[in-house]
Design a protein around this ligand. Sequence first.
Ligand code: SAM
Length: 232
Amino acid sequence: MDEGLGVGQGVALSREQSHYLFGVMRRSVGDSVLVFNGRDGEWQASVDKAGKQGVLVCEAQARAQVALPDIWLMFAPVKRARTDFIVEKAVELGVARITPVFTEFTNSERVRPDRMVKIAIEAAEQSGGMNLPRIDEVVKLNRALDDLDVGRKILFLNEREGASDTLAQLRGPSGPVVLLVGPEGGFSAREVDAITTLDACISLSLGPRILRADTAVIAGLTLIQAHWGDWG
Ligand code: SAM
């Protein structure tokens, strides 16, 4: 939802949302649904008008808004189905921003942020979340790194790191962080040099086996959430 949410506030549904709610979920006038817009918390709403352009009315706040931990994901897109999977799992695990980056060995098909937004919305809905991450247009890796805010650590998943005490590196103080994951062909030697010379970089091994990029994203986000995130 883009509109503000509050008591008595009407919410106009898009054709797609209406189709899902009334055609797929078979809801009708008077039924209760939960809505969120990422700013005003989660609201109990009732269906005021069903059909192709449905309308809901907010009744009461169900949950106050809670911010996501300041964890970002920067990844090189891979094949479409795996890129979709990465976005879905990143949202389920809780990231505040997703930046797809072109690297020297990126070999994905066209990257569509609108598709990523759709997947992110579905993932947030099904996981009971009430936040959507910001999803950027795809940018070149060096530009994305240059644009990072000062103080944000870069957790660089680097399969060439060799044996390293992965958990010890995460025992330090938490703070804003971005997880950086490469494409199927990995990062080029030049990219590895450039990334590892950055002051903010923590070069991290996920063990001796080479993981697919989508597996690496899940493993990396799991580690960050467990140490620095909102898993309590
Ligand atoms: N360069 C590799 C090759 O072709 O042999 C494979 C790259 S891997 C499929 C994709 C990305 O996942 C890597 O760029 C890295 O960011 C991450 N990754 C995979 N396995 C990893 C590991 N054991 N430790 C750290 N990062 C890993």
